[in-house]
Design a protein. Structure first.
Length: 184
């Protein structure tokens, strides 16, 4: 069996990576670091820098102690959690996507893949759930301005807990038995 250029199948540069993966190599090209991928990496770097700077500034601002207050306000706590979730997206999702675009293949192994996919999903779920928590807290503040609002801590716990549970790696049964969730 040859690859069409006189070399045995699998001996061309890059083809051994795909051997046994079920990907047909004849009449197809291996992925490369294209111009579009370079643009995506550049945009990701710009977003990374601006997101890291902005969210670190917000986190610093809402967590520093105010001399006029004995304890931090609930709104500051909510914004601190939102900034933390956004920083998780910034420091996990963005570098993972940029690295994926540069290398065009996964080189770090199965455990790193599962761990990073878990963190990526957890970050994205948390970044989506926390604005909902802030909205619910603000709704409670508007509808009952003088009443106690002790539910914010519980809602934060639910948001982070759901983020963890929904991102947790699991296996599913397919037609061929146990299969794991696909890799990035």
């Amino acid at each position: 069996m040859s690859a069409g250029n006189g070399t045995p199948r699998g001996s061309a540069v890059g083809e051994e990576i795909w051997a046994g993966s079920g990907v047909e190599l004849e009449d197809s090209e291996l992925p490369t670091f294209s111009a579009a991928a370079k643009v995506r990496v550049g945009v990701t770097v710009v977003l990374f820098v601006s997101s890291a700077g902005g969210n670190l500034a917000v986190l610093w601002s809402v967590t520093r102690r105010q001399s006029s207050q004995r304890r931090p306000s609930p709104v500051r706590r909510l914004f601190a959690h939102l900034a933390a979730a956004d920083l998780l997206v910034t420091f996990v999702v963005m570098p993972l996507d940029a690295t994926w675009n540069i290398t065009v293949q996964w080189l770090a192994g199965d455990i790193a893949c599962r761990t990073l996919m878990f963190l990526k999903l957890m970050a994205m779920y948390a970044a989506a759930f926390l604005p909902v928590v802030i909205g619910l807290d603000r709704q409670a503040a508007v509808l009952n301005p003088l009443g106690p609002r002790s539910g914010a801590k519980r809602l934060l716990g639910i948001a982070w807990g759901l983020s963890f549970l929904l991102a947790f790696p699991r296996t599913r049964k397919g037609s061929q038995g146990e299969t794991s969730i696909p890799r990035p």
